[in-house]
Structures are given as structure tokens and as C-alpha cells.
Design a protein around this ligand. Structure first.
Ligand code: ADP
Ligand code: MG
Length: 251
């Protein structure tokens, strides 16, 4: 038996949700990047109820990705607290599915679409167990849903940007999390990919999943989201960032 757990993504922790707890609750959540000394998050208070779809909005450098990573337990907070379905972050890996920004991944990694998507199952399998037929079926199902079936054997480096975006979303979906943290899934994608991903988001809402999504699409906040969280320089603000900042969106 290992004394210290070296692998965070294991299938061993399955605490049930605390009854009537929010999907996510942060209090005074702060993070400073050690190297750059940038206070990327400063005292963020959030409550997200199960089933809500929340937009995370702000100019580049506002802290959107940092917030999603801290909630996903990929970065340590330097202050404040996080509860996910009533539990501290880190005890609920199987309930949280994180979609990184496409540009943060190394697309030269030699792996095909099917293997990339299967990697999402390791949150349940642990690194040492082999995928079962049920895992393979689920991977195929999500690849089909994202309309990548004809590309399942293709190396990920040979995909278009939109196809890459759909592949990593498929990987996120096979995790079968209850809380999905999506970092700009609609940024710089082609019209077909946008439609496919938008349909997937609608299905997630229909399934009662909780979604927190970084987005630049501020024209659709009221129609598409239950709540919007505005960030500027790591701080929560009440109103959308002003027009000046909008011009920098998406660059
Ligand atoms: P957004 O996703 O809203 O564009 P980020 O969360 O990526 O913002 O960045 C927030 C702040 O933290 C920025 O000032 C950025 O330069 C800084 N930052 C982000 N990642 C790192 C890192 N790995 N090391 C040091 N500073 C970082
Ligand atoms: Mg970002």
C-alpha cells in the first residue's frame, strides 16, 4: 500500500454529494502564481447550484482559466476555500470534468483521437486498470456525438482546430462528471463545430449537469446562462467589463 497517494486521478474516492449542497461554493478564493507573483484570483465568492449554467467572462488575463484550474484541483489556492457538492476540492475528482483551453495542449503528442478520448476514462479507471468494453462503448458514443467517427484513428496533430476542440470535449464528456468546467469551448471554432458544441451544451443542461464555462460571447449571456461571473485582473466585478476591454476579447 502506498503511504502517499502519487496519482490524484484514482477511482478510489467516491464520497456521495452532501444533500442540498451547492455544486460549487468558493469563499475568499485566492491564488498567486509563485513565479510571476501575479495575484491571479483575489477573494472570489461563488455559489453555483446544481444544474446551473454559469458564464465566466473577462478580458484576457482576467483569471478565468486560473479559476477553472483551481476548482479542478490542478492549481493550489493560496487562500480561501472550495466546496464541490459539499466536499473539499480534491476529494471529488470523478465528479469534476475539466476542459482545458485548446491552445494549452501540445498537439504534437503522438496519439490518435480514440486514445485521446479514452484518457478521459482514467479518472475512473486509475492508471493501472485496463479499459473495459463499457469504457470503449462510451468513448465511441462521445466520438460519434462530436461527429468525429470518421477521424477516430487520426493523429490529433492532423486535425483542424475545430476538430481538436471537439476531440477534447469528447474526452471531457467521457469523464461523466456532474460539474463541468469548460475553458472557452467556442473560441475560434468553425460554424459547424460551434453548432455541434452548442447542441452538446444543450444536452448537458437537459441532463441536469452543472456547467461553468469561460466565454467571450457576451451577446448571449442572458439567453444562454443562469448566472454570469465577471472577472477583471483576478477580481470579481458586478458589471460586464467595459467596451474598451471587449475589443481585446478573442485575441
Ligand atoms: P484568462 O484565462 O482570463 O485569460 P489566466 O487565468 O490565464 O486568465 O491568467 C490570469 C493571470 O495569471 C494573468 O496575469 C496571467 O499572466 C497569469 N498567469 C496565468 N498562468 C500563469 C502561469 N502559469 N505562471 C504565471 N502566471 C500566470
Ligand atoms: Mg484563459
Amino acid at each position: 500500500m502506498l503511504k502517499n497517494r502519487l496519482i490524484t486521478y484514482s477511482g478510489c474516492h467516491h464520497p456521495p454529494p452532501v444533500e442540498s449542497a451547492p455544486a460549487l461554493e468558493t469563499s475568499g478564493l485566492s491564488t498567486t502564481y509563485e513565479q510571476s507573483r501575479v495575484a491571479a484570483l483575489q477573494a472570489i465568492d461563488l455559489t453555483v447550484e446544481p444544474g446551473q449554467r454559469v458564464a465566466l467572462v473577462g478580458p484576457n488575463g482576467a483569471g478565468k482559466s486560473t479559476l477553472l484550474k483551481v476548482v479542478a484541483d490542478l492549481l493550489p489556492p493560496t487562500g480561501g476555500s472550495i466546496r464541490i457538492f459539499g466536499h473539499p476540492a480534491g476529494t471529488c475528482h470523478h465528479r469534476v470534468s475539466f476542459l482545458p483551453q485548446r491552445t494549452e495542449l501540445d498537439w504534437r503528442f503522438p496519439v490518435n483521437v480514440e486514445r485521446l478520448v479514452m484518457a478521459g476514462r482514467y479518472v475512473h479507471l486509475g492508471w493501472l486498470r485496463k479499459p473495459t468494453d463499457a469504457d470503449r462503448r462510451l468513448v465511441r458514443e462521445k466520438i460519434d456525438l462530436l461527429q468525429l467517427d470518421h477521424l477516430r484513428d487520426r493523429q490529433i496533430g492532423e486535425l483542424s482546430g475545430g476538430q481538436q476542440q471537439r476531440a477534447i470535449l469528447a474526452r471531457t464528456l467521457v469523464q461523466e462528471g456532474e460539474l463541468l468546467l469548460l475553458d472557452e469551448p467556442l473560441n475560434a471554432v468553425d460554424a459547424r463545430t460551434r453548432k455541434i458544441i452548442t447542441d452538446v451544451l444543450d444536452q448537458l443542461r437537459h441532463d441536469g449537469k452543472t456547467v461553468i464555462m469561460a466565454t467571450h460571447d457576451i451577446g448571449r449571456l442572458e439567453s444562454d446562462f443562469d448566472q454570469a461571473v465577471f472577472l477583471v485582473d483576478g477580481r470579481q466585478v458586478d458589471a460586464p467589463p467595459d467596451q474598451q476591454e471587449h475589443r481585446h476579447f478573442g485575441d
